[in-house]
Structure formats: C-alpha cells, structure tokens
Design a protein around this ligand. Structure first.
Ligand code: HXC
Length: 517
C-alpha cells in the first residue's frame, strides 16, 4: 500500500506541476492583465465537472536556448474533451504562462490530435488562443507543430464546426489556425497579427499600436477576420453556447430542433410600417429578420463588417436556419467586395452543415466604382454565385423590394437552383433600376425631344409598370408566388417543412469545385 501511495504521490506532484503551467507568478501576471487563468476559462466554458484532460504530461524535446532546463508539463496547451449544454465538444486552450503560449512541436501535435479526435468522433472543436506564435527556440520543429495544426484544421473543414476564441495575443503562425476555422470570436483587448508592430515599423516605417494593427474592432469591422467581437471572456463563452445551439455536431447530422411556442402562422403586420413602399427609402432589415424568426432571436455574424449585408442564425418554427439579407439601411443594400465575401462564406458554411438558407432581397446591385473593379468585385461577387449555385440545402428566397441585375441572380435566385422563391407585391425585379434604365434606353430620344423631362417621366411610368413589380417575374416562372408580407413567417415555415426531405442531386464526377478566391 505504501509503495502505491508513493507512486500516487509522484503522479499527484506531476499533476500539480502541470496544472500550474508557467507558475503562480505568471498566473498572477495574467490576472493583472484582466485575463482569466486558462483553467478558469475551461471551467467557465464547459459544463461543470465535464472536462477530461489528455496528454497533460507531454513536454517538448528541444534543448536549445535553455529549453533543456525548462520543462513544462502539458507544453503550454491544455487539451481534451468536455460538454457544453450536455453536448460533447473537443477543446484546446493555450496557456500564455508557459513560454507565452508559443507553439512548439509537442504543443502543435497536441492541438492537431485534439482536432483529429473531434473529426473522428464527429463533434465540434473549440480552440482558445493566447499565443506569441511559433516557439522561436524550437526552430523548424515549432514550424512543424504549427503546420500540423493547420493540416488538421483543413481536414476538419466542413466535417465538424470549428470555433476559435482569441483571448490575448494571437501572433504569427498562431493566427492562421483561427483563420482556417469556421468562426473567430475576438475578446476586446486581444489582438491578432501575422507580423507585429516592430516588424511593421522596420519593414514599412509605419508606427502602429497592437490595437490599431490587429485589435478586436479592427478584425470585427475592417479585416473581417473576426465573426464576433466579445466585450469579455464570459461573453465569448455565451456566444459559443448560442452558436452551437444552432449547429449540428457534424456534417452528417441535422441541426438541433428547438420546439417553440411562437406560432408559425403569426402574421407580421408591422412589416407594412417598417418597409417603405418607395424602394429608394431605407429600412433596417434586422427588424424584419427579428419579426420573422422565433421569439425575435437572431444571432448575427459579422455584425460590424460589410454592413450592407446581414447574415446570421435564427429559428423558424423550431428549425435552425441561416438568414442572408441585404441591408437597405447601409448604402441601399449594395453588394460590395466585403459583402460578397461575407455572404459567400456564410452560405458555404450553412450548406456544409445542413442548415437551410433563407434569403431576403433588397439590393440595387453590385457596387460600382474604380476601387471596387480594381479590387476584383468580379471575382469576389462571383463567390456568391458559386456558393448559392453549389449549395444543396433547402433554399428559400423572399424578394422584398429591389432585385436588380447581377445582384438579383446572386441573391438566391431560382436560376441558381434556389428551391422556393417568393416576392412581396413591392418587389422590383429588373436588369437595372428604372431611372438608369430609361436614361440608357431613351438617351437619343430625350436629346431630341421638345420636353425631355416629360418624355423621361412618361417612359419611367412605362418601365415601372412593366418591371417595377413582381408580376413579370412570376409570369415567367422566376418567382413561385407573390405573398402578403404579413404572411412571410408562415410561408417560409411551410416551405421549410416541404423541403425538409430534399435530397441533393448527384453532381458530375470531380475532385472539388474551384470557387474563385
Ligand atoms: C517563444 C515567446 C514567444 C515566441 C512570446 N514568448 N512569444 N517565446 N516564442 N514566439 C515568451 C516571451 O519571451 C516571454 O517569456 C513570454 O512569452 C511572455 O512574453 P512577453 O513579451 O513578456 O509578453 P507581452 O508583453 O504580453 O507580449 C506578448 C507578445 C510578444 C506581443 C506576443 O511576446 C511578442 O511580440 N512575441 C513575438 C510575436 C511574434 O512575432 N510571433 C511570430 C513568431 S514567428 P518570459 O520567459 O520572459 O516570460 C511565427 C511564424 C510565422 O509564428 C509564420 C507566419 C505565418
């Protein structure tokens, strides 16, 4: 017995060393920065008592730059599995107190193994990042560790949901793993960059702070790297729980169904007030979305990035759905380069995870401009076309007002294999808006006309009668029904039920499609 207790004592000592990571002093420094200790993070993220840690005894092999004397059990990352709202998830959490959370060979391989286990068992993986990047002392072995993580992230892509939370620095190689995952949540005060302020200064002469270079707001509103910005670490965990509630655990499962008391046939008479008849007048599409979904609950993704489009998750009659909408309140709902990337990426995620897509259309078209053309709006806008045409999940579109030109085609049109398309009586479906169209069609006549303004008004009326309504499109079969806006929730719900047994058509043999990137 005493031999056993000696052995167990040794195990206990090693465990304590591993738990303390870089030591009490460094844990204290972490707290002074306003950050939670990595083990507190896991306690707050996971259901109580559910976490099972793996490979906490693992250490690095490198002996350079003093690493022969510094042994950190666990190698600066805690890995394992646990539960969130009862559902199994795999997790890894970098420990900044150990060599700044830097990624060495063992650290990287631990994370890679965690992702691989998540793939094999078909459950989501969540990574908590707090890292100075590739571990400088380990040289190429550190780069290999980073590469192993990226490789696993790529293999997991489209198989299981991958969620990254940035809770401190996320520098260099550390930043590319979140970038390969499905959702990135950045906690305020954290920052992500490939090369830091010092290198930026040396290479370009520009002085910039960590915050200005890669802070939460920069990634949440300018780069689009962050899908969510969280005010605090606790808020980040709430976002994860909300996000997972809409998602299946893997690509072979259906999303969770959550019974609702919100009547599926609830009329939305408020829409008559919210949406102006004049299609040039703005309204906030988020109010429309909140009225359509169950209990007004909408989880917006990329809320501050590319704001002329709105994407996010909701439920209709208990079914998880992806909502994609133009936002008439921002640049009339025009689709620019960033909005193209935002929409296309979201549509592909939803298609990969069996989430039906509900598209609400009110857009004047793709954004004109030299910067947009030079920036490649052609290839970026094409991503939306590719994503919708390729998606095999149920697709339901409601044209609310303007649906002009290429943007009409892009936003879930029947031409791109949408399943059921509705239009409100206020819909205007045409190659372009009335004013522009009349000026092009009647330029010569107006130059010669004694009263050009009268001719313009007459032709405008003619064009509006012909195209500024949904009826030509419905006559030609490009719209399945023109519906009363107040019945939108009911109609979309009925379509979701009708399409719930939809089977994907077989595609010709190919390795994979080649979406324009
Ligand atoms: C080894 C590292 C490290 C790293 C930080 N540390 N980054 N050790 N490799 N990459 C160590 C520090 O030496 C220090 O050790 C401890 O972590 C805490 O770091 P501090 O600098 O004291 O903390 P702080 O002031 O909060 O600054 C954090 C930081 C800074 C901004 C992340 O450490 C930093 O700039 N690190 C380098 C970031 C970077 O350039 N990474 C890219 C690496 S190359 P002690 O013992 O003093 O506590 C890379 C490959 C590029 O990743 C691939 C591109 C795709």
């Amino acid at each position: 017995m005493s031999e056993h207790s000696d052995l167990l004592k040794r195990l206990q000592e090693l465990r304590e060393l591993s738990v303390l990571g870089g030591g009490k002093e460094k844990i204290e420094q972490q707290k002074q920065k306003g950050k939670l200790w990595v083990r507190e993070r896991l306690d707050k993220l996971l259901d109580p008592g559910s976490f099972v840690e793996l490979q906490w005894l693992r250490v690095h092999r490198s002996t350079y730059f003093g690493l022969d004397k510094a042994r950190f059990y666990g190698d600066g990352v805690i890995t394992g599995y646990g539960r969130i709202d009862g559902r199994l998830v795999y997790v890894y959490a970098q420990d900044f107190t150990v060599l700044g959370g830097s990624i060495g060979e063992a650290h990287g391989e631990k994370i890679a193994k965690t992702i691989e286990l998540a793939v094999q068992t078909g459950v989501p993986v969540i990574g908590l990042y707090d890292s100075g990047g590739a571990r400088i002392q380990e040289g190429v072995a550190a780069l290999h560790g980073c590469g192993k993580i990226f490789n696993s992230n790529v293999k997991a892509s489209g198989v299981i949901p991958q969620i990254a939370v940035i809770m401190g620095p996320c520098a260099g190689a550390a930043a590319y793993s979140p970038a390969l995952m499905d959702f990135v949540i950045v906690v305020k005060g954290s920052y992500m960059f490939i090369t830091g302020p010092e290198v930026v200064k040396a290479a370009t002469g520009v002085s910039v702070t960590f915050e200005q270079l890669g802070g939460a707001d920069v990634h949440g509103s300018i780069s689009g790297v962050a899908h969510f910005v969280a005010e605090s670490e606790e808020e980040a965990f709430t976002i994860i729980r909300r996000l997972l509630s809409y998602l299946p655990s893997n690509c072979t499962e259906e999303p969770p169904y959550v019974a609702t008391e919100d009547p599926v046939d609830r009329r939305i008479d408020e829409l008559y007030e919210i949406v102006p008849l004049d299609s040039m007048k703005p309204f906030n599409v988020k109010r429309v979305i909140e009225l359509i979904v169950d209990n007004g609950e909408f989880l917006e993704v990329h809320a501050n990035y590319a704001k002329s489009a709105v994407v996010g998750f909701g439920r209709i009659g208990g079914y998880s759905v992806c909502i994609v909408a133009n936002q008439p309140e921002v640049n009339a709902g025009v689709i620019d380069i960033d909005a193209s990337n935002k929409i296309a990426r979201f549509v592909r995620f939803c298609d990969a995870f069996n989430l039906p897509i509900v598209t609400l259309v009110d857009t004047p078209g793709f954004m004109p401009g030299v910067d947009q053309e030079h920036g490649g709006i052609i290839k970026h806008g094409a991503k939306i076309l590719h994503a919708y045409a390729e998606a095999t999940v149920p697709k339901i579109t409601v044209v609310m007002r303007k649906a002009y030109g290429g943007a009409y085609i892009a936003m879930g049109s029947l031409s791109l294999n949408s399943d059921i398309n509705y239009a409100w009586p206020t819909a205007e479906i045409a190659v372009m808006g009335p004013e522009g169209a009349v000026r092009i069609l009647y330029r010569k006549e107006m130059e010669k006309a004694p009263d050009p303004e009268a001719l313009f008004r007459e032709k405008l009326k003619e064009y509006r009668e012909l195209f500024a309504n949904p009826y030509r499109a419905a006559e030609l079969g490009y719209i399945d029904d023109v519906i009363d806006p107040a019945q939108t929730r009911k109609k979309v719900y009925e379509a979701l039920v009708a399409l719930s047994t939809k089977h994907a058509e077989p595609t010709p043999l190919r390795k994979h499609s080649n979406i324009p990137l």
